[in-house]
Design a protein. Structure first.
Length: 353
């Protein structure tokens, strides 16, 4: 209504007492709803209202004789005799429950003051009723004769009925299972936590699958590097005398060093990504072990590359040494050939003479 204005709002899971058993709680909705205090300035009335879809789940007018009871750290309830039911609210935290309870006490006190002002205004505007009430109230005797006594009889009967209703509601509240109330209140928070854990588990599984794929790719590349290293070693052993093979081998070694450096950087990046994510403990240990194995393989490849470079250097040194020796032998052979040619010329001259 346009004459009512919200003065406080919060979110909570709404329950109503089972009218059949008066012991169990029935959830009014699957999700938390907005629960608000409204004030009607025209009628000077306070109400608690909660709407689910197009249906009013809670429409409770606050009266001075109502009491809001905290039954657990996150659950509270109150009885509404006009609606003939008991409402229960499950909050996300104890702070929200305390705020709602404090506002309930404030609204209850405001409703009491409003009722007292209304009664005072009625007595001032209707002095005849005021005189009658002062004349009748001191008499404790209930009689069935006369209109005045009949009014008193009905008033005390109403008081007895209200007292009986209060006792019935108190008994109904006391008979309610506190543990069941707590379970119902905690159910939704546990469900939310479970959804969060499931999402985190799915994310961890996706990360583990991604790391497995990367590890398989690294293993394939490592195997390829091993084959290339073996080919280079065989080429270094059989074709050490070829200059072209030397240039190809040097270029291939540089490429391997660049690849190994890139793989080391990817491994470091994978480690840093691994530290920032939540994952299952068993999968994480397995992934760490495989990463360690991969690092060991890379170290072995680097060692073998270093040995290949040393072998190549030694081979080149030996080849240069052999070339130097061949050059020396060639020079000696040239000298010997020159000397032989001179000897032959001398012998030819001797024969002619």
């Amino acid at each position: 209504s346009c004459r009512e204005q919200p003065i406080f709002s919060t979110r909570a899971h709404v329950f109503q007492i089972d009218p059949a058993t008066k012991r169990n709680w029935i959830p009014a909705s699957k999700h938390a709803l907005t629960v608000s205090y409204f004030y009607d300035a025209t009628r000077n009335v306070y109400r608690i209202i909660s709407v689910g879809g197009t249906k009013a789940i809670i429409n409770s007018t606050i009266t001075p004789n109502m009491t809001f009871t905290k039954t657990s750290q996150k659950f509270g309830q109150w009885a509404d005799s006009r609606a003939n039911t008991v409402y229960g609210l499950g909050f996300a935290s104890e702070q929200h429950l305390s705020q709602f309870a404090e506002k309930f006490q404030e609204v209850k006190e405001a409703a009491r003051l409003a009722r007292e002002k209304s009664q005072d205004k009625t007595e001032l505007t209707n002095p005849a009723l005021n005189i009658t009430s002062h004349q009748v109230l001191p008499s404790p005797i209930i009689s069935s004769n006369g209109p005045g006594e009949d009014k008193l009889f009905r008033s005390q009967s109403a008081d007895v009925e209200i007292t009986t209703e209060k006792e019935r509601l108190k008994k109904m509240l006391s008979e309610g299972s506190v543990s069941e109330v707590q379970w119902e209140a905690e159910f939704f928070s546990l469900q939310d936590n479970n959804n969060k854990l499931v999402a985190a588990l799915h994310e961890a599984n996706a990360n583990v699958d991604q790391w497995k794929k990367q590890l398989a790719a690294y293993q394939e590349e490592t195997e390829t590097l091993r084959q290339r290293v073996a080919e280079l070693e065989s080429q270094g052993a059989h074709d050490s005398s070829s200059e072209n093979n030397k240039e190809d081998l040097s270029q291939t070694l540089e490429e391997l060093e660049i690849l190994i450096k890139a793989k080391d950087e990817e491994i470091q990046m994978l480690k840093s990504q691994k530290c920032g994510r939540w994952e299952a403990e068993g999968e994480r240990e397995e992934t760490l072990q495989k990463l360690q194995e991969l690092e060991a393989c890379n170290a072995e490849l680097e060692r073998r590359l270093h040995l290949a470079e040393q072998t190549l250097a030694e081979t080149l040194a030996e080849r240069e040494k052999i070339q130097n020796e061949v050059t020396k032998v060639a020079e000696i052979m040239d000298v010997k050939i020159f000397e032989l040619s001179e000897i032959r010329q001398g012998l030819a001259k001797l024969v002619e003479s």
